[in-house]
Design a protein. Structure first.
Length: 511
C-alpha cells in the first residue's frame, strides 16, 4: 500500500476519542507548512503527497474551532434601505437612538455564537467610529452629539459577554471615490503609517513604511486605527468587491501591505475572506460542499492576494481530481478552510418587511456548514433603533436550543475505545440508539481522510449505517432512522496519509 493510501489511526487517538482533552492550538508545530509550492510538472502522486503535508497555522486551528460566528451589517444602509450605499449619504441619517450593543452580545452568546464581526465600513465608505481620515463617519452625525462610537461599544460588549471580536472593513469605498482617492490611478509608493494629520496627538510605538496607492494608504491608516485603539481583534474580514466605478477605472488593492500591517498589529487575527487564512465557500446560502477540503490549490494574485486556482464556486475544490485540474495554474496547495456566510433575513442590512429564517432552515444550514468541515457565519442585522429585532433574538435562541436537542449528550464519551490501523471502535457497554454521528480529524496533522464508513454491530454482524468522503475539523452525519447497537466503529477506506481521529461522537436526537 502506498504512503498516500495509508490507513492508520495512532494510539494517541484513543485518548482523544475517549474524551480526554486534546492539545491546544498553541501546541501546533512552530513551522506548520500551511502552504506548499506546486508545479505544472507535478504528477498526481506528487500533488497528493504535498496535500497530505499541508498543516494549518495555530490561528487557523483556533478559527475552525469557533463553528458558529456572527455578522452584523449596520450603517447608513440600515436607514436608507439600500444594500449597497452611494457614498454621498448625509451622515445625519445615522440615528440609532436606542443602540444597545450589550443586547447584541447577549443574544449572540445565548444563540451559541463565539465571535461577531461588525461592518466597521461597508462599500459606501461610512465608518462606525470617528476616523481621522474621512468625514463620512459617526462623528459627522448629530447622533450622540457627534461623540458616538459604535465600534467602541461593540468591541467592549462582545468581550464583556465572552465573544471574540471581528471587523469588516470594505476594500470598496464609494465615498473615497467621490473625493478622488479611490481608483484615482495613483502609483504605489512608500507610505508612512500612521500618517499624521492636523491635531494628531498619537505617539505610536512604531511606524510602518509600506507600498500603497493613495487609497491603499487610506485603508492602511484606518486599519491602524481599528487594530490599535479598540483592543485585541480576532478576525479581519475583507471581501474583494470593486466600487461601482467606470469600466476604465480600477483600484488594484494593496493586499500585501494590508496583510503585513494586520499581521504586525493583530498577529492572532484570522484574515478572511480575501485573505490567506479563510476562504469564502462560494455562495451566500451558508452551504458547504458535500466533501469540503481545507487543503485546496491556490494562486497568488494582485500584490499577494490568495485566490482560487479553480472557480470560487467549483463543485469540487480539493479532491485528487481537483488537484490535477488546478495543476496548470496553481502556485500552492494551501490550508484555506471555508467560511459559509448567510443572512438570517433575505437582505444583509435590516429591512422592516423581512422576517428571519425558520429554525428548520437554520438547522439545515448548520448541518450543511459546521457539519461539513466549515464555519458558519450568520448575519443578524441590527434595526434602525440599534437593536437586534425581537423576532431575530428569539430565533437565535431557538436555533441554539434546536442544535442542542439534535446533538445532546455524546453516548460515546468515556466509552471503551479500540484503535487499530484504519479503524476506531467504541464499546458503549450496552445497546444504545444513535441517529447522529460526529467525527473530526486531528487537523494539526492535516486533513487526510478521503472516504470512510461508519458501522454498527447489529445481530452479530458489522453493518454499514452511513459513510461519506471527507472529515476534516468537523463532520456530522444524520441517519434516516435510529440504529441500536452496543459497538460502533468508523473505518477509513481511503486516505492520503496517516489518519488521526480526534472525535467519534454518537448522539440520539431529541427532536
Amino acid at each position: 500500500m502506498t504512503v498516500s493510501r495509508r490507513l492508520f489511526v495512532t494510539a494517541a487517538t484513543a485518548l482523544a476519542v475517549t474524551g480526554l482533552p486534546s492539545l491546544p492550538a498553541s501546541a501546533a508545530p512552530a513551522d506548520p507548512h500551511y502552504r506548499i509550492p506546486v508545479s505544472p510538472d507535478d504528477t498526481e502522486a506528487d500533488l497528493v503527497r504535498k496535500a497530505s503535508q499541508v498543516r494549518p497555522t495555530a490561528r487557523q486551528i483556533t478559527w475552525q474551532g469557533l463553528e458558529r460566528t456572527a455578522f452584523l451589517h449596520f450603517g447608513v444602509n440600515t436607514f436608507t434601505g439600500l444594500e449597497w450605499g452611494t457614498g454621498d449619504e448625509d451622515p445625519d441619517v445615522f440615528q440609532p437612538t436606542g443602540l444597545d450593543t450589550d443586547q447584541w452580545a447577549t443574544a449572540l452568546r445565548d444563540g451559541g455564537f463565539k465571535l461577531a464581526i461588525l461592518t466597521v465600513k461597508h462599500h459606501d465608505g461610512f465608518v462606525l467610529y470617528p476616523s481621522r481620515y474621512t468625514g463620512h463617519t459617526v462623528a459627522s452625525s448629530s447622533w450622540r452629539d457627534g461623540h458616538g462610537d459604535v465600534l467602541r461599544s461593540f468591541a467592549d460588549s462582545m468581550r464583556r459577554y465572552g465573544l471574540k471580536v471581528g471587523v469588516y472593513i470594505s476594500p470598496a469605498d464609494e465615498n473615497q471615490y467621490l473625493h478622488g482617492v479611490y481608483a484615482n490611478g495613483s502609483a504605489r509608493t512608500t507610505r508612512t503609517v500612521p500618517t499624521p494629520v492636523e491635531g494628531d496627538d498619537r505617539t505610536p510605538p512604531r511606524t510602518y513604511s509600506l507600498p500603497a496607492t493613495d487609497y491603499g494608504a487610506h485603508m492602511l491608516n484606518q486599519l491602524h486605527e481599528v487594530l490599535t485603539e479598540y483592543g485585541p481583534i480576532d478576525e479581519v474580514w475583507f471581501d474583494g468587491a470593486q466600487g461601482r466605478i467606470p469600466p476604465d477605472k480600477v483600484e488594484k488593492y494593496d493586499w500585501d501591505s494590508w496583510y503585513t500591517l494586520v499581521r504586525s498589529l493583530a498577529p492572532d487575527a484570522a484574515i478572511a475572506v480575501s485573505g490567506p487564512d479563510v476562504r469564502w465557500v462560494g455562495n451566500e446560502g451558508g452551504l458547504a460542499r458535500e466533501d469540503e477540503w481545507s487543503v485546496v490549490p491556490v494562486q497568488e494574485k494582485d500584490y499577494g492576494r490568495t485566490d482560487y486556482a479553480l472557480s470560487y464556486d467549483a463543485a469540487d475544490m480539493g479532491s485528487r481530481d481537483a488537484l490535477v485540474r488546478a495543476r496548470p495554474v496553481a502556485d500552492y496547495l494551501q490550508w484555506w478552510p471555508a467560511e459559509c456566510d448567510v443572512s438570517i433575513r433575505d437582505g444583509w442590512f435590516y429591512h422592516a418587511d423581512q422576517q428571519p429564517k425558520t429554525v428548520e432552515q437554520l438547522t439545515d444550514i448548520y448541518f450543511r456548514s459546521v457539519g461539513r468541515n466549515s464555519v458558519l457565519l450568520l448575519n443578524v442585522p441590527p434595526d434602525t433603533d440599534g437593536l437586534l429585532p425581537t423576532a431575530d433574538v428569539a430565533r437565535l435562541r431557538e436555533f441554539r436550543e434546536r442544535v442542542d436537542r439534535e446533538l445532546p449528550e455524546d453516548l460515546a464519551r468515556g466509552a471503551r475505545t479500540t484503535v487499530v490501523p484504519g479503524r476506531v471502535t467504541v464499546d458503549l457497554g450496552a445497546e444504545r440508539e444513535a441517529d447522529r454521528i460526529r467525527l473530526a480529524e486531528d487537523v494539526r496533522h492535516g486533513q487526510q481522510v478521503e472516504r470512510f464508513v461508519v458501522e454498527a454491530l447489529v445481530d452479530g454482524a458489522w453493518t454499514e449505517v452511513t459513510g461519506a468522503g471527507t472529515i476534516g475539523a468537523s463532520r456530522i452525519l444524520l441517519l434516516a432512522a435510529p440504529v441500536r447497537a452496543r459497538r460502533w466503529r468508523v473505518r477509513v477506506t481511503e486516505a492520503r496519509d496517516t489518519v488521526r481521529i480526534a472525535e467519534f461522537g454518537l448522539y440520539r436526537s431529541r427532536v
